[in-house]
Design a protein around this ligand. Sequence first.
Ligand code: BGC
Length: 395
Amino acid sequence: MKKRLLSLFLTMGLTASLLAGCGSNDAGNAGDSNTDAAKEETAENADSSEAESSDEGGIQVGIVLPTKDEPRWLQDQAQFEAILGDAGFTNQVLFSQGSSATEKTNVETLISKGIKVLIICPQDATAAAAAVEEAKAAGVTVISYDRLITDTEAVDYYTTFDSFSVGVAQGQYLIDNAKGTGVPLYIYTGAATDNNAFIFFEGAWSVLEPKVKDGTFVIANSEKAAGFVGAGELSRDDEGEILGQTTTNWDFDTAKKLAEANLTAASAEQKGDVAILAPNDGTARAIADTFAADADIKSYIITGQDSEQASVQYVIDGKQSMTVFKDTRTLAADSVAMALAVLNGEEVETTTTYNNGKIDVPAKQTDIVVVTKDNVQSALIDSEYYSASDFTGLE
Ligand code: BGC
């Protein structure tokens, strides 16, 4: 009964007030404490949480996230634990630590614990297909979380942010803030194993490409991208070629090394005042630090996404120009609402579909918010995602 009521509560649009109870401190502090917890764990795929056994026994909702090494996913973990725990549902969060093999083992572990719903953010979009096919075969409902699992029919639902808009917002920020013409543009992208990396790039390219064509920007670090200017709509293979030259693999170190190599190869005209498309916050900080250390870079503007605490501090300090806020409270709540609807045998609310190469997956999409120095307070503090004391120098 409690569960049915909660499901009603969530679907009646009262999610926000439920979430207010697990606001900013949960997002910030839970990330910190989980980082500490992560250090103490020895097994890579060790559980980070297991709620107490329900009257039915076993685990009802299993959650698999890509890595503990990026604060982004610790924020998601904190939200899941808060919402599902409060709702009285047994749940377990496992991390794949960058390995599709670990991810598959995690899914198998959760199946053996009797999960009814699997919420999974794939490490590798195509490799995860085999894992979710096993889950489906065991009668589990599969929700692809944030990243779409591709080339399989074994995905029931997808919860996501509007990833195309993330890329558009990043590109548009550079357009609105670049001064003059002929501005060197450095392009960095996410991991080619992540469907989102393509969508972010497509969004950014949709606005940046015309501005390369008209001479506002000159691409400085990717001959492939430069070669596709004026070529019209890009195929996945075309995009794959650009990602091949610009990928950070979502890894700080790879991002830093690529930025260093790009700056070593750059001519004098490719330095000075530059614009940098960085795909997310972790890579943005690594790339920003590298550009800041180059004596021939006079100024840079750089994008990001996730509103990780460290990047919000960078934005306040003027070291990162913007970040895109993707409210993990909403995404986790939408996924939990879906899971509860499934568990209660109710209709699942979706708003759109995403084609994963095999099927149109019913999806729920969430909006994003652009954050600069000017709206850190209203977007992130007033909404209780963080508290003011998490930062220094906030006006
Ligand atoms: C997520 C981003 C995240 C990136 C790296 C993407 O799929 O949408 O929020 O920064 O993966 O983990």
